[in-house]
Design a protein around this ligand. Sequence first.
Ligand code: SAM
Length: 242
Amino acid sequence: MEDTTEDSHGCGNATHSEGERCSDNDFGTSKLGTKEYWEEAYQRELETFKDIGDVGEIWFGEESMRRVLRWMDKAKIPENAAILDIGTGNGAFLVELAKHGYNNLTGIDYSPASVKLARSVLQAEGLTDITVKEVDFLNSQGDLKEFDVCIDKGTFDAISLNPDDTKQDKKLYVQTLKEALKDKGFFAITSCNWTKEQLLERFSEGFEFVQELPTPSFQFGGKKGNSVAALVFMKVHEHVTD
Ligand SMILES: C[S@@+](CC[C@H](N)C(=O)[O-])C[C@H]1O[C@@H](n2cnc3c(N)ncnc32)[C@H](O)[C@@H]1O
């Protein structure tokens, strides 16, 4: 299994250096924001998995999963909590969650090849009780609801890089997330394209910031920063005023 470290890789690195992190309005686009890109990538990874059993890329490395699991332990998320992995890719996080004892797991991805790969990876691990569905998170038709925890590792990043109408997509993402979560449900996001401050702004309405999960920091040109932001939010009931 390949372990991609945070230093050497991040979805944003394809187009942005750390200093180029952009505001909402000037965020660049990239092929990493297209379904074609992911479909091709997971078709290749599926072949490799069939050939040699390598599950492929672990986005942001193994530690990115461990830190979320540590938070789940501390937050005492029960083993039967309904957990959604948004944009599950190869399903590696689902495997880790299941090994950790979680038994009510769902992964979704809009790439059919990702879904096939994730299902194959889970089957190879003997994990037959996990739902993996082909769903576009931005067009899920109310299919996703009542989750206690939603996890995103690199998917909001990918969505933000979509060359078409990303501003609308980002709003839709937040809306779908609210619908998918129960009140007081948690959202754990790991991002390399957005800073903590930008994520706090993006998920300010309808969510309460819970905590930042520590990630490695770097120093460059006298400035200190983090290559990856990992934050936890809680969905709160919104009071609608007329
Ligand atoms: C950077 S990869 C991360 C994959 C996985 N979360 C991981 O950590 O290995 C981004 C994932 O988001 C998926 N994705 C992007 N846009 C999506 C959408 N609108 N709905 C569902 N999945 C999406 C891609 O197919 C890809 O699997």
